[in-house]
Design a binder for this molecule. Structure first.
Ligand code: FES
Ligand code: FES
Length: 162
């Protein structure tokens, strides 16, 4: 006889839209989001080190590879797909493009969400604070300087020192 796979409901808000999904208790949030089409949430290391899977959970950056989907019950999730408003990119997205801070783009969604959370908390961060916020996001392409410039430019143009 085949074992029946247990399922459970999950109610949450993703990018401003209420969702009611059916999940398995052991599903990771990363897997559920990608299954539902949020491919901006990247699957990288799956061990909480690279930051590619970052989402904002009730405004805080979280590695979705380290969290069961069930733990997100009732929460507000923002993925990179939800950042633009009515076809207008978020200023951080614009700035990343303007500063050449996007290359392969694999890390970019997580990085921008990490920066978004930082700017909510610290609207005028120092360069060190931006670098610290970026430290949890591995980028193989940019060398970090351009992303840091891009974040600082949103609040204080030309603040980066050489
Ligand atoms: S995939 Fe989650 S931190 Fe790397
Ligand atoms: S832009 Fe390629 S990993 Fe960051």
């Amino acid at each position: 006889m085949k074992a029946r796979i247990k399922t459970m409901p999950l109610c949450l808000t993703v990018n401003g839209e209420a969702k009611q999904w059916t999940i398995a208790p052991g599903d990771l949030l990363l897997d559920v989001l990608r299954r539902k089409g949020y491919f901006g949430v990247k699957r990288g290391c799956e061990t909480g080190e690279c930051g590619a899977c970052t989402i904002l959970l009730d405004g805080k950056p979280v590695n979705s590879c380290l969290m069961f989907a069930a733990q997100a019950e009732g929460s507000r999730i923002l993925t990179i797909e939800g950042l633009a408003r009515q076809d207008r990119l978020d200023p951080l997205q614009e700035s990343f493009l303007d500063h050449g801070a996007v290359q392969c783009g694999f890390c970019t969604g997580g990085m921008i969400l990490g920066a978004k959370a930082l700017l909510e908390r610290r609207p005028d961060p120092s360069e060190d604070e931006v670098r610290e916020a970026m430290a949890g996001h591995f980028c193989r392409c940019t060398g970090y300087r351009k992303p840091v410039e891009a974040v600082l430019a949103v609040t204080r143009p030309k603040k980066v020192t050489s």
